[in-house]
Design a binder for this molecule. Structure first.
Ligand SMILES: N[C@@H](CCC(=O)N[C@@H](CS)C(=O)NCC(=O)O)C(=O)O
Length: 225
């Protein structure tokens, strides 16, 4: 199996982390934009990333995570029983429809992925704060979102928050979401996470504005730490 996408993309990374829990190391194939037509034959929606499996191509990262998690008996990545499986789905759907759009909407302009638009930025920031409070409540008294071990819900949500927690949400902000912060540190300190993402860094000085390419912004943010 291999993953098609870009190596800096958290959606690629969350698939790679999940695959490591199932015993697979997924090499990345860069999507060549000049060969878009060929990519569309493999992946009709055109989305990246996509997982190339012996059975065919799959896209939508949460579908990919479910596929990988169902194909292993060695972990409880998809919960320990039907109810836990439904809880995992509940968090995955919430992440896709609520948390991820807010987190990306808030982070993308700072990272050079989207133009800065004041109103969108402010609304995404408000939504993100609201959803992080929900998540903080859901994590109260718990190590993992569902059951007693890591699931694809943890991996998906920690990935969706990676940019925001690394570049924008400083200690003052995180004081209001202590359960999220503790849980994020637990997930990102696991060996499989570190193999893909490297050492986890929490934001010290939030980025103020977009000043260059994504790579430049990322370097600058790291230099400040
Ligand atoms: N819900 C999808 C979203 C995928 C997505 O939006 N991918 C972006 C890149 S990160 C994309 O393919 N954008 C359109 C494009 O590049 O043509 C998933 O989780 O896989």
């Amino acid at each position: 199996m291999k993953i098609w996408g870009q190596d800096f993309n958290p959606r690629v990374k969350k698939v790679q982390v999940t695959a490591l829990y199932t015993g697979h190391e997924l090499p990345i194939t860069e999507v060549d934009e000049s060969k878009r037509k060929e990519y569309l034959k493999k992946v009709p929606t055109g989305f990246v990333p996509a997982l190339e499996t012996p059975e065919g191509f799959l896209n939508q990262t949460n579908a990919i995570l479910r596929y990988l998690a169902r194909n292993t008996k060695s972990t409880k990545l998809y919960g320990n029983n039907q109810f836990e499986e439904a809880l995992v789905n509940q968090w995955l759907d919430w992440c896709l429809t609520e948390l991820e759009p807010a987190a990306l909407g808030y982070s993308a302009p700072y990272l050079g992925f989207a133009p800065y638009e004041k109103e969108i930025q402010a609304k995404s920031g408000e939504d993100l704060r609201k959803f992080l409070n929900v998540l903080d409540g859901g994590l109260k008294g718990k190590t993992y979102l569902v059951g007693e071990s890591i699931s694809i819900a943890d991996i998906s949500i920690a990935s969706a928050l990676n940019f925001a927690l690394q570049f924008l949400l400083d200690e003052k902000y995180r004081k209001n979401i202590p359960n999220v912060t503790k849980w994020y540190e637990t997930i990102t300190n696991q060996e499989n996470w570190k193999k893909v993402y490297g050492k986890s860094v929490l934001c010290i000085t939030p980025l103020k504005e977009y000043t260059g390419s994504f790579e430049e912004v990322a370097q600058e943010a790291k230099g400040k730490k």
